[in-house]
Every structure is written in structure tokens, then in C-alpha cells.
Design a protein around this ligand. Structure first.
Ligand SMILES: *Cc1c(COP(=O)(O)O)cnc(C)c1O
Length: 401
């Protein structure tokens, strides 16, 4: 059967690889990738079974660690991130957990950005702490704070860039230098940009994690995650998944691998629409401040311009009048979905201070700039004019409810 070989594909562009990488056709000659809904595989003989179990012969054994549909997703994502290997996981949190369980040990120390996804900081403080791994939290963009937090036992630096919801931008090249100088791994959660806009491995990161639930799917259907990086680290992580089990399901892998085909187009569209709305919001009298790295007024603008190919779909803004005004604005929108999720074709709107960041104390929110009037939107793929009209409706409701 006519097949594209991976060596030839590697010479082609990223969009071509997003559509074509990892495909191995079955004897049926299907065009779209099949879903292998099977938990196990049969062997030709007892000797064949023995050889596949030892790994002497390559081949499928059991879908906790070998499934052809999951493998297509992994190859495609590895190609897009520019990593040697990728592995799918059952969720974004499972991806982060797998990295930690495979590569950290009791006594190690982690330095983590204070602006990571809330559940991520919970993973470090509630669970890794129990097993003797301690974590220090530092402001994402304060390089001297990262350097000052380094200890002899520091083994991992963990961050997300741009941050949620204020879109602060970390200098990945500088962070990679700190990681090298402290003999620790730089792990980057690339959920917000995806490889379509930013490639942390090219900028010196050792490992990339993903919540595939967000933009890789792009239409809010499935929960999943992934880890990408060099083969040496990935072998350890694959071994952890094989033994401990937070594996990606074949159906979810199929949804994500089809999502990767349109990822570049979608991320460009999300970014363009977010840019238009950010510029418009900046001119509205009811809006005190807009946070979007695409705006020249944003402190991370120059850096984002250098290390990202666009600025992504998430932005936030502060309305005058605090919590009451923000709630009124949100409640008056009609098109946007009121949900904390993001990375969907459907635009979402949320009040961080009382939802995603609601468990923080007022003091912690003040320290991280989560003001009561702050509203976050994750711009989807609807007509921008309709989204703008929706926000105009929201802003008008602040003045006259
Ligand atoms: C959602 C999210 C996660 C967790 O992913 P799940 O798929 O929900 O487990 C991790 N990091 C970031 C930045 C996220 O937005």
C-alpha cells in the first residue's frame, strides 16, 4: 500500500506533518485514521507472545501501553513539538503527575511558577509533598526569584507561559539557562500556546506537558493529556504509565489526532479574534485595563513577539466597579458560554476571583493581580462582530442594569 514514510515527512512543513504524520494503514485501505477499540492483541505463536512481552519483537501487547490510535496521536504531537518522543495520558493532570513520578524522587525540590493552573499547584503541595518532594512557588516573570529559590536538591523547574489569566510571559531561553546551571529539568506546560504558536523544546525546555482537553481537541469533547521530550526522559515516563496506568483511551486519542489536523488554523483564528477584541476593549471607557500579550502596552509584548508566532486565544480585562460590575457584565452576555473551560470553538467567559481563583485568600489574589473586576475570556471561533456586540452588551449593563 502507498505510504508516506516518516523520514520524508520530517522534511515537510508543520501543517503537512499535523495532517499526515503517524499514519499506518490497515489492510482495509481506510483514508481516515481508524480507532483501535481493543484492549489486547493476539499473537502468532507462543514464541511470538514471549518475544513481544520481552520487547525483543516490536508489536502490540495490551492497550494500557500499546495502541495504534494512541500511537498516531503521539507521533503527530511529537512531530509538531519537535520532540523525539511523545506519550498520551488520561488527562493534563496525569501528564504532569507522570513527569513527576517518573523523574523525581523523595528529597528532591521543585520550583514552580506561582501562576500555574490551580490544580497543578495542588498536585505539588497536597500530593508530592507527602512523598518527600518539596515545592517553592515564585512569580513567573521574576528571574532573580527563580535563581534565589535554587537549592542543591532542586531537580525541576515547572511553569506555564503565557500565564492564566493575566497573560504574563516567561523568558524560556533564560529559564533554560537557570535549569542548566542548577542541573535541573525545565518542564513547560504548553497548553495555552500549543506547538502551533510556541515550541518550548526549541527554546531549551527539556519536557513539554499538555492538557489535550483544551486546544488539541479544540471543541470541548474529551479529557486527555500528553508529555513530549527527549527519548531518555520519555522512556522513564512511558514505564511509569505502563506500570501505574493513567493512559489515554483510543477514542480520545482519535479525537485529539483529528484535532491536530486543524490546530494551526484554529490557533491562528483564535489569536486574530482575541487581538481584535483586545484592541476594542482597550478603547471602552468602562474597561480599566486589558491583559493580552498582543497589545504593545503589555509588559510581556516584546518577549511574546520573539518566542511565540501569535498571542493565543485567552485575554482578560478589568471593569470599573469590582465584583458587582464584573458579574453584571458577564450575566448580560448572551453568546458566550459561562464556564471556566477554555480552548473551545465556543467562546467562554468567567470571573476568576470567584471561580478559578476563588480558593485563594484575598491576600493571595491581591499578590497575583486577580482583581475583583477582572473578567477572563477564551475567544472561540464565532464571528468576531457577534462577540464584540456581546461584550458591548455586557459593558452597557454595568452602567444601567
Ligand atoms: C486544564 C489545564 C490543565 C489540566 O488538564 P486536565 O486535562 O483538565 O487534567 C493543566 N494545565 C493547564 C494550563 C490547564 O489549562
Amino acid at each position: 500500500m502507498r505510504e508516506l514514510d516518516e523520514a520524508f515527512l520530517e522534511t515537510l512543513g508543520p501543517q503537512t506533518r499535523a495532517v499526515r504524520s503517524g499514519v499506518t494503514r490497515t489492510a482495509e485501505g481506510e483514508h481516515s485514521e481508524p480507532i483501535f477499540a481493543t484492549s489486547s492483541y493476539v499473537f502468532d505463536s507462543a514464541a511470538d507472545a514471549a518475544a513481544r512481552f520481552t520487547g525483543e519483537r516490536k508489536g502490540n501487547v495490551y492497550s494500557r501501553y500499546t495502541n495504534p490510535t494512541v500511537r498516531i496521536f503521539e507521533q503527530r504531537l511529537a512531530a509538531l513539538e519537535g520532540g523525539e518522543q511523545a506519550v498520551g495520558t488520561s488527562s493534563g493532570m496525569a501528564a504532569i503527575l507522570s513527569v513527576c513520578m517518573a523523574l523525581l524522587k523523595s528529597g528532591d525540590h521543585v520550583i514552580c511558577s506561582a501562576d500555574v493552573f490551580g490544580t497543578t499547584s495542588g498536585l505539588f503541595t497536597r500530593y508530592l509533598e507527602k512523598f518527600g518532594v518539596s515545592t517553592s512557588f515564585v512569580p513567573l516573570v521574576d528571574l532573580s526569584a527563580w535563581r534565589a529559590a535554587v537549592r542543591p536538591e532542586t531537580a525541576m523547574l515547572f511553569l506555564e507561559t503565557p500565564s492564566n489569566p493575566l497573560c504574563e510571559v516567561a523568558d524560556l531561553g533564560a529559564m533554560a539557562e537557570i535549569a542548566r546551571a542548577s542541573n535541573s529539568l525545565l518542564v513547560v506546560d504548553n497548553c495555552f500556546c500549543t506547538p502551533a504558536l510556541q515550541k518550548p523544546l526549541d527554546l531549551g525546555a527539556d519536557i513539554v506537558t499538555h492538557s489535550a482537553t483544551k486546544y488539541l481537541d479544540g471543541q470541548g469533547r474529551c479529557v486527555g493529556g500528553a508529555v513530549v521530550g527527549g527519548a531518555e526522559h520519555l522512556q522513564e515516563i512511558v514505564a511509569f504509565l505502563r506500570t501505574c496506568g493513567p493512559t489515554m483511551s483510543p477514542f480520545n486519542a482519535w479525537v485529539f489526532l483529528k484535532g491536530l489536523e486543524t490546530l494551526g488554523l484554529r490557533m491562528r483564528a483564535h489569536s486574530e479574534a482575541a487581538m481584535m477584541l483586545a484592541l476594542w476593549l482597550q478603547q471602552q471607557p468602562a474597561v480599566e485595563q486589558v491583559y493580552y500579550a498582543g497589545l504593545e502596552s503589555h509588559p510581556g509584548h516584546a518577549l511574546a513577539t520573539r518566542q511565540q508566532s501569535a498571542f493565543g486565544g485567552v485575554l482578560s480585562f478589568v471593569v470599573a466597579g469590582g465584583r458587582e460590575a464584573a458579574w453584571r457584565c458577564i450575566d448580560a452576555t448572551r453568546v458566550m458560554s459561562l464556564t471556566a473551560n477554555l480552548g473551545d470553538a465556543k467562546t467562554t467567559i468567567v470571573h476568576p476571583a470567584t471561580t478559578t481563583h476563588g480558593r485563594l485568600t484575598q491576600e493571595q489574589r491581591d499578590a497575583s493581580g486577580i482583581r475583583d473586576g477582572l473578567i477572563r475570556i477564551a475567544v472561540g471561533l464565532e464571528d468576531v462582530a457577534d462577540l464584540q456586540a456581546d461584550l458591548a452588551r455586557g459593558l452597557a449593563a454595568i452602567a444601567s442594569p
